[in-house]
Design a protein around this ligand. Structure first.
Ligand SMILES: [Zn+2]
Length: 175
């Protein structure tokens, strides 16, 4: 079975930085399962681009912690800048004369962490207001709102949206 098929997380498919944040949900964590790192790398098309090693995981956990700090305080930038200092984008023209961008990291264990940090910068450049946490009280999942009206509130309407509606309905029934 494909490793990515073993990804147990309730929300997948968000941009890389938010997908890293979404390795935590409720009281569960993808990286606590034995092949969690391998699954996350597979889900994000990074298998083989970084070693499936404790060092790669450590770098990712640092990037995730830095992103959480930023979600709490957008001006607390030091930790994410430390992650970003591990790499850069090298720009060139390819053999067909087209612009080409290639991430460069000093050590491949930093590639996934650096890509996640770089992705967050791209989301900030697009629209920081569209990086949001699910409004459900018991949900910590994060998404980038790509809806046309920018009014997405739930990580997943079927899961959190309906749970909230059901709770509201139940509360009204009691009166
Ligand atoms: Zn949710």
């Amino acid at each position: 079975m494909d490793l990515a098929d073993q990804d147990p997380r309730p929300l997948r498919g968000e941009p890389l930085s938010l997908d890293l944040l979404n390795t935590r949900w409720h009281d569960e964590q993808l990286f606590q399962q034995p092949n969690g790192l391998a699954v996350w790398l597979a889900t994000n098309g990074l298998t083989g681009r970084a070693p499936d090693s404790p060092e790669t995981l450590d770098a990712l956990l640092r990037a995730r912690a830095a992103l959480l700090v930023l979600r709490a305080d957008p001006l607390d930038t030091a930790a994410l800048n430390t992650v970003l200092a591990h790499g850069r984008i090298r720009r060139s023209l390819d053999t067909a004369g087209r612009p080409h961008e290639e991430p460069e990291v000093a050590d491949p264990v930093w590639l996934p962490a650096w890509l996640a940090a770089d992705d967050y910068l791209r989301l900030l450049a697009r629209d920081p207001a569209r990086i949001r946490e699910c409004v459900h009280d018991h949900c910590i999942l994060t998404f980038f709102d790509t809806s046309q009206n920018g009014r997405r509130r739930w990580c997943d309407m079927a899961r959190c949206g309906n749970r909230a509606k059901a709770a509201r309905h139940y509360a009204q029934q009691k009166h």
